[in-house]
Design a binder for this molecule. Structure first.
Ligand SMILES: Nc1nc2c(c(=O)[nH]1)N[C@H]1C(S)=C(S)[C@@H](COP(=O)(O)OP(=O)(O)OC[C@H]3O[C@@H](n4cnc5c(=O)[nH]c(N)nc54)[C@H](O)[C@@H]3O)O[C@H]1N2
Ligand SMILES: Nc1nc2c(c(=O)[nH]1)N[C@H]1C(S)=C(S)[C@@H](COP(=O)(O)OP(=O)(O)OC[C@H]3O[C@@H](n4cnc5c(=O)[nH]c(N)nc54)[C@H](O)[C@@H]3O)O[C@H]1N2
Ligand SMILES: [Mo]
Length: 637
């Protein structure tokens, strides 16, 4: 700090996970904080929706206007006509949405199901394990066979890569299963480039070989699983040759990986959200969870399935209890369906007010054209709390300036390890920016919500969470976090979470999505310096050339006449984009890739990849969108 300004930001060298290393996306975090494009006052729209024309207003005026609009909508149409939309902009436990949820619950509004990330994988894992909890990802250093299954660890989970390297130095084989030869695949000892979505068939083939070659322990299966026989019957036809035909993975590779995983222990699988973004995502995750289960990999410290650790902290802090205490929303919609929810005339009552914080739905949610159509409705009142004028904020009637992480207090958990950090503000809020919670305290006052729960201070909220009676929080106090900055949940390294679990097996369903157009389009988080839709607006974070490119396999490129750097039109019934192509054998014939995270200004159509993606969600509205079950046509322009 110098004169109240943050001048340097670095990792804490004695932090057990980061060891002082920051990930490339936040190395320039201070540029973000002090960026000239930061929104520093509330803004009211002056031009047409989406024009980005605004004029500064005071907080008093902005809050009064929201109060007036909300009161009149509630009086005329009922609170169900108001829809909050928030997600993972900050994942800090309190700024993410504790007071927001209390505020909207007290009004009795509709809500979204925040299922775009992790919930499908959660459900698929729980189908087998009974809970979504796997092993501590940092225990992977103990493993001697590690499968990174549909996760681009080197790019998306940088700190865990050190753990993977540690395992390898101690003799582990690192296997990557991915339809794309990612930066992680390029660093693997063995790479299985399977056909997209064919994971269940691959697992079936692996289990078939294990069964055929006597690698499974019938006593262990009998004592620790149910329905193992049904599973084995369902994989009876999944011979290595059949598996090769279904997945594209050579038969001898299927045999080799089955033997390695069953014999060289501890053996573990790590997965995040890549495969869940498909119509059969839950079944894929269920299949993946079966692999360490049939071999009994859970018996060894460092063996089993390592998933996101989000569920640990949700449990530790009792966030489900907090949720259960609140009134349920008037209606809830899967967040993937925002375009439909804003435009379908049968939605009754229609949404008349949308309040967005911590999210950029105009970029991150599927079926982007329909979302924009909805955001442009003249009879929709939209408020967006943001740090920058994102493609969503440009469509707002009111924009509220939000603080960044170094300007507010929070409790910061993680996905790849079990340390929680106390995030204390280093600088005062920039301009008139406010933390999310402060915004909801002001709105609660405006709307006459006087109960103390709407006015708890950020420190009290954190102290309250730390007081939750959960064994993982043993010894973790506010004072200790103030002194040390971080603490590990009270879970011993090497803990075997499923030593006493009875796992549920059962038949595998190897159906995969039918093609609807010549090419399948995958949209990945492939830039090391992006974090979802953050940072694509900053030149220093852009790749060379500085725009999104469609990767096309050389075989398809020559059939279509696509050249490296040439322009192509990618389109389907939902949208159309013109982009440059890269001819690349990282993808496979029939599979093209366009990166996720770019803003609307990155194409001449003023749209990004989610203009093409599939918004389908499971029938019960629970789980993620089938982003990667997207089919497109490609033409040279
Ligand atoms: N095609 C395709 N689409 C995807 C994905 C994909 O792989 N492919 N991935 C999906 C996944 S896994 C996810 S998690 C979602 C991400 O979806 P989002 O969570 O909506 O996206 P982010 O870009 O991480 O964050 C949204 C905004 O939050 C703002 N923000 C950050 N901190 C704060 C704060 O403290 N207060 C307020 N008010 N705002 C803040 C940032 O400025 C940013 O613009 O995208 C999903 N969409
Ligand atoms: N640099 C960077 N890091 C990030 C993010 C970012 O935007 N940028 N976002 C953060 C967020 S919110 C999340 S959720 C995590 C996500 O982290 P990951 O899950 O690791 O990332 P994804 O790119 O969504 O998907 C991982 C891989 O899944 C593969 N995949 C797609 N379909 C299939 C399939 O059918 N089978 C198999 N086996 N693989 C498949 C993709 O090719 C991709 O390489 O990353 C976090 N870290
Ligand atoms: Mo995510």
């Amino acid at each position: 700090m110098e004169d109240g300004r943050a001048v340097a930001l670095r990792g804490l060298a004695d932090h057990p996970t980061t060891k002082g290393q920051l990930c490339p996306k936040v190395n320039r975090f201070l540029d973000r904080v002090h960026h000239p494009d930061r929104i520093l006052t509330p803004l009211r729209r002056t031009g047409p929706k989406g024009s980005g024309e605004f004029t500064p207003v005071t907080w008093d005026d902005a809050v009064a206007e929201i109060g007036e609009r909300f009161r009149s909508i509630i009086a005329q149409s009922g609170p169900a006509a108001i829809l909050p939309y928030s997600f993972d902009g900050t994942q800090g436990v309190i700024q993410k949405g504790i007071l927001a949820r209390r505020f909207f619950a007290a009004l009795g509004t509709s809500d979204v199901r925040r299922h775009l990330c992790g919930v499908t994988a959660w459900l698929g894992a729980a189908d087998v394990l009974g809970t979504p909890r796997g092993i501590d990802p940092e225990d992977l250093h103990l493993a001697r066979t590690v499968i990174l299954w549909g996760t681009n660890t080197f790019v998306t989970n940088r700190h865990l890569w050190t753990t993977i390297e540690q395992a390898r130095e101690a003799g582990a084989e690192v296997i990557v299963v991915d339809p794309v030869r990612t930066a992680t695949a390029e660093r693997a000892d063995r790479f299985l480039q399977l056909r997209p979505g064919s994971d269940v068939a691959l697992v079936a083939g692996l289990i078939h070989v294990m069964d055929r070659d006597g690698l499974l322990d019938p006593t262990w299966l009998a004592e620790h699983t149910t329905d193992a026989t049904d599973l084995l019957v369902s994989v009876a036809d999944a011979t290595p040759l059949t598996t090769e035909a279904r997945t594209g993975i050579p038969a001898d590779e299927v045999v080799a990986v089955a033997h390695r995983f069953a014999n060289v222990r501890p053996a573990a699988v790590r997965s995040l959200v890549g495969p869940e973004h498909r119509g059969n995502g839950r079944e894929i995750m269920r299949a993946i969870a079966m692999l360490p289960t049939v071999t009994g990999a859970w018996r060894d410290a460092g063996g089993g399935l390592a998933r996101s650790t989000q569920v640990w902290w949700e449990e530790a802090f009792g966030l489900d209890t907090e949720e259960a205490r609140l009134a349920p929303p008037a209606r809830s919609f899967n967040m993937a369906r925002l375009g439909e929810v804003l435009t379908d005339p049968t939605i009754d009552p229609p949404i008349e007010a949308l309040f967005v914080h911590n999210s950029n739905p105009a970029v991150i949610a599927p079926d982007q054209n329909r979302i924009i159509e909805g955001l442009r409705r003249e009879n929709l009142f939209t408020v967006v709390a943001e740090q920058f004028l994102t493609d969503t904020a440009r469509h707002a009637d009111l924009v509220l300036p939000a603080t960044t992480q170094i300007e507010h207090l929070d409790l910061a958990p993680a996905w790849g390890h079990l340390n929680v950090a106390l995030n204390r503000p280093a600088i005062a809020p920039m301009g008139e920016a406010k933390p999310n919670n402060e915004i909801f305290r002001l709105l609660a006052t405006e709307l006459g919500l006087d109960a103390p729960e709407h006015h708890e201070s950020d420190e009290d909220l954190i102290r309250g969470l730390l007081e939750n009676e959960h064994p993982m929080l043993d010894g973790i106090t506010w004072e200790r976090l103030v002194d040390d900055g971080w603490a590990r949940f009270a879970i011993d390294p090497g803990t075997r979470p499923h030593a006493d679990t009875t796992f549920t097996l059962g038949p595998l369903d190897i159906d995969i999505a039918e093609p609807e157009a010549p090419f399948q389009l995958i949209s990945l988080k492939q830039h090391v310096a992006f974090l979802n839709a953050n940072y694509a607006q900053f030149p220093a974070h852009l790749p060379t050339p500085p725009h999104p490119r469609l990767e096309v396999h050389p075989i398809d490129a020559s059939a279509l006449g696509v050249t490296d750097g040439g322009r192509v039109r990618v389109h389907n019934e939902r949208g159309s984009l013109t982009v440059e192509a890269t001819v690349s054998d990282r993808v496979q014939p029939g599979l093209v890739a366009l990166p996720f995270g770019w803003g609307h200004s990155s194409t001449p159509e003023g749209r990004a990849v989610n203009a093409l993606t599939n918004p389908a969600v499971p029938d019960d509205d629970t789980g993620s969108a089938a982003f990667h079950d997207t089919w497109v046509h490609i033409e040279v322009v």
